[in-house]
Design a protein around this ligand. Sequence first.
Ligand code: B12
Length: 313
Amino acid sequence: MNASQHSASIKGHAAELGFDACAVARAERIDPEHRLDEWLESGYHADMDWLDRTKDVRQDVGLKLPGARSVVVVARNYHAQRPAAETDTGRVSRYAWGRDYHRVLRKPLRALAERIESLVDGVQTYCCIDSGPVLERFWAARSGLGWIGKNSLVLRSGLGSWFFLGVIVTTLDIAPDAPVADLCGACTRCIDACPTNAIVKPRVVDSRRCISYHTIENRGDIPAGLHKDFDDWVFGCDTCQEVCPWNKDVPVTNVKDFHARPGHAHPALEWLEEMDTETFTKAFAGTPVMRARLEGMKRNASIVRANQHKHQK
Ligand code: B12
């Protein structure tokens, strides 16, 4: 098999495994044009120090997998219908309504890696879904799986940005695909709609202002000046995706695990406020919400509660 046949075989298997898209890039060191250094130096990572600590590996997959030659990128649609909200509830971002995507995607991604390893003796792979030191969006753009939208998320025609990325770095030589055109055009809806002005310029998010960062990753106090702009978001935020024209008419995912569990798209504020560790674990174990921890969810619920009081006045 040659490099093009490898590509066809891998993409065929990715489709069989249920991935909605698969594309390949040549594994090269990411040059400074990527601007990770600039982003970190600007402090846009807030207190996510792990991004800074791993920046060398993030810019060179060869440090993670010596001899790396190709990067295979896959996408999995998580788009589901938002249930109607009841009163006195908060809003959870779409990606977190069901089972944790790391868990859902681990097996199929591993199965794809095994297929890659089986193509030529001695081939090695490294799999990553979100938590590994890999710049997944860079590789998605470089491989032509999609383009980087002004909200910094990867967009693909037909899928919008409602998909998770997974990456396999491999020593196998696979024919690379070409990047696709940026189709954002003159549109600035995501930048204009961000309630906290976190998109400081096209494709650059300042986490210190991002509702998603504060409600999920921030372990401390949330700056008081931002509270009112949280509106009813208790976990994550989808505003910059909801306004995106490419996100209209995206098909509903066939992954049942990503559909909303009862009460999880709009959890009752009182339920969150009064929750003890046992109830929290029972309700959210195995879902992305665990990342915020119980204290984080209580903090977020109290901000949303205060916002709702203000609306009622
Ligand atoms: C840290 C992180 C966050 C942080 C920081 C976000 C950020 N914008 O960097 C926080 C907590 C805020 C966050 C939030 C969200 N995240 Co997040 N996050 C990550 C993580 C772990 C690393 C991202 C990273 O390295 N950031 C540093 C920046 C510098 O790197 P980058 O984004 O690749 O940078 C691109 C642009 O900045 C661009 N760029 C910069 N300047 C310029 C200038 C020009 C001219 C150009 C052309 C380009 C350019 O260059 C890069 C292109 O490679 C990735 C998983 C991974 N391992 O990659 C998931 C990931 C990006 N997140 C994801 C998701 C789903 C989200 C949320 C939608 C969740 C939610 N609903 O709340 C939000 C979206 C917020 C937003 N608009 O970004 C998905 C995105 C899928 C997709 N379709 O794109 C990922 C890929 C996880 C996954 N495996 O699916 N996230």
